[in-house]
Design a protein around this ligand. Structure first.
Ligand code: SAH
Length: 366
């Protein structure tokens, strides 16, 4: 069975052509699904009967199953989704005055093991299909529709590294942007990466979505510790790849730099000054994320004054610098708190738990 939620316009058209039909049949199908909300092939009366029969036999529109749905005091919503194979992933909606941002997962767990992220501690099981990435948006919109709302922005900032699930991330974001589907502006669909440099280089060939980079440190020595993939692709390479990508996006677009502030680790004035220096000449804006604690971590969130100090240094250096307020903490929906349930294939979870048991990691207050 082909789950059609995972096919973008070109792929759907190709599917119809393979079946001996014309390309426009693919577009007709998209309108039924995304504009009329109809996924029952029998109702798609303008498709040839033989094609409808073929679709019934060979294709489906399947969504992940909602295992749990949580609502935070601050309005943040979290879905725990069952992928039908024992794995659970998480999706978070952050409502704001003028927008509803959906944070979707791209992998079951994560391979990268950034030292301050709880998703990484869960280990890794595999990639999400494009359909399961799009499915998260379908489910969120179904809930919002009841209140006359809809998702306005999508960020691939949930569980996983989207650029290590490249093809699925591209197909899914294509569907999100397509005016025959969700019709989100390219500016409002963001892929976030810890810095998979070769994939960033590929990105410009296939898409024009916004790009966010999880930088978190102004030098290689520190970044090697926080974001281990930096040992493979150091900052200079990352910077060059990102600059090339924003050039491709054009004048009016900016790279998003994500920087999680961790007390005493990367939150000092010297770090801010070094960051400002590093980003010179990069068309970017900066998002500061105060560290969100999780069980077993030694890291702590900086004091408010230090966070504001960091922000003002960046602002004075000329960077638009946003402080990302922590949302949904009471339902473990904040950045770095998404864990789902990963049937870990990397044994990392085991090692981490063993360390916890052996008390070699202080269990934080969070
Ligand atoms: N792998 C991709 C997508 C995940 S995005 C990437 O690294 O960009 C999740 C964002 O939350 C990243 O910027 C990540 O570094 C940040 N983050 C992870 N753990 C966090 C924590 N405990 N507190 C605050 N931010 C965190």
């Amino acid at each position: 069975m082909i789950n059609l939620y995972g096919l973008d316009r070109n792929q759907l058209q190709a599917l119809f052509v393979e079946q001996g039909l014309q390309e426009f049949r693919g577009r007709q199908l998209m309108k039924w699904v995304y504009h009329q909300g109809k996924t029952d092939f029998a109702t798609m009366t303008d498709l040839p009967k033989t094609m409808r029969d073929w679709l019934v036999e060979n294709a489906c529109f399947e969504l992940p199953e909602v295992k749990n749905f949580l609502k935070s005091k601050d309005g943040t919503l979290k879905w725990v989704l069952d992928l039908d194979d024992g794995n659970l992933i998480e999706t978070v909606l952050i409502p704001e005055k003028n927008r509803n941002t959906l944070c979707v997962s791209s992998q079951v767990g994560c391979m990268l093991d950034c030292s301050f992220c709880s998703t990484g501690k869960q280990g890794f099981n595999g990639n999400l299909s494009a359909a399961m990435i799009v499915g998260q948006l379908v489910i969120a919109n179904q809930v919002l529709a009841a209140e006359g709302r809809a998702v306005t922005n999508v960020v691939l900032m949930g569980m996983g590294e989207p650029l290590l699930n490249f093809d699925a991330a591209i197909s899914a974001t294509n569907v999100m942007k397509d005016d025959l589907a969700f019709n989100l502006s390219k500016r409002r669909v963001t892929i976030s990466t810890a810095g998979v440099v070769p994939a960033i280089n590929e990105l410009a060939k296939v898409t024009d979505v916004s790009l966010a980079v999880s930088l978190h440190a102004p030098n290689d020595e520190l970044r090697n510790v926080l974001v281990p993939i930096n040992r493979k692709y150091p900052i200079a390479q990352l910077k060059e790849a990102c600059q090339r990508y924003v050039e491709h996006l054009g004048e009016a677009r900016k790279l998003v730099i994500e920087y999680t502030l961790i007390k005493g680790v990367n939150d000092q004035r010297e770090h801010a000054l070094a960051l400002a220096e590093l980003l010179k000449g990069v068309r970017c804006k900066v998002n500061l994320i105060p560290f969100n604690p999780f069980p077993g971590t030694e890291y702590q969130r900086p004091k408010k004054a230090d966070i504001l100090d960091f922000q003002s240094i960046m602002m004075r250096a000329g960077y638009a610098t946003m402080l990302r307020t922590t949302r949904g903490e009471d339902i473990d929906a904040a950045c770095g708190q998404l864990v789902g349930k990963v049937l870990d294939r990397t044994k990392r979870q085991e090692r981490y738990k063993a360390k916890l048991d052996a008390n070699t990691i202080a269990v934080g207050a969070g």
